[in-house]
Design a protein around this ligand. Sequence first.
Ligand SMILES: O=P(O)(O)OC[C@H]1O[C@H](OP(=O)(O)OP(=O)(O)O)[C@H](O)[C@@H]1O
Ligand SMILES: O=c1cc[nH]c(=O)[nH]1
Ligand SMILES: [Mg+2]
Length: 219
Amino acid sequence: MNIIDFSKTNSLLNSFVREIRDISIQNDRLRFRRNLERIGEIMAYEISKSLRYKTISVTTPLDVAEISIPDEEVVIATILRAGLPYHHGVLNYFDCAGNAFVSAYRKYKETGHQSFDIHIEYIASPRIDGKTLILTDPMLATGSSMELTYRALLTKGTPRNIHIASIIASQQAVDYCKRHFPEEITTLWVAAIDPELNESSYIVPGIGDAGDLAYGEKE
Ligand SMILES: O=P(O)(O)OC[C@H]1O[C@H](OP(=O)(O)OP(=O)(O)O)[C@H](O)[C@@H]1O
Ligand SMILES: O=c1cc[nH]c(=O)[nH]1
Ligand SMILES: [Mg+2]
């Protein structure tokens, strides 16, 4: 699996990541959602550089110009809830892409927040056979939601290429994805890789709960 970690490169992306991490800025929900969207836009642009291209002719008012445009059918998939603003950012650039939505949530066991299963209850997706699948979720903590979402989407066909576009990943999730996604066709794009998970499987230092920061606490 190819891994692209943008924290190793100086760019404006780091300023947006700083804002979603910073406890004194991240609670402005509108800014938080917009930052997820902005990071999605940058990720889309970076991913676009790795696609296959074809040359077409475009008729201008004065003559004909040749231009290279992507030659892959893209499907952007996201995981509710926190993935929504991020998905929207990716879709702003891949504006003709197909879209898939999957619900995955942590169902905590009676023993408390240390132990949970991931439940998938909803999937809406086009066929993905032979297409380029971009899986978007800002947080990759254990990696389980991402893997189960991928497995759920395989009921809609087999993609030709897979891009896992996350923002903050734990090292554990990176290792998990290496083991559970097809090596040859998967690229992982992240804005940062954090070293740890806490006892509730939250990424440390991370950002906290991305879904709650975007949309408020749930019951
Ligand atoms: O890698 P994992 O350990 O599976 O955790 C990552 C998942 O956790 C977050 O969603 P969450 O369950 O908090 O749902 P929410 O977006 O509705 O808050 C995040 O957006 C991922 O989907
Ligand atoms: O750190 C984490 C882990 C899971 N979900 C989040 O929103 N944040
Ligand atoms: Mg959450």
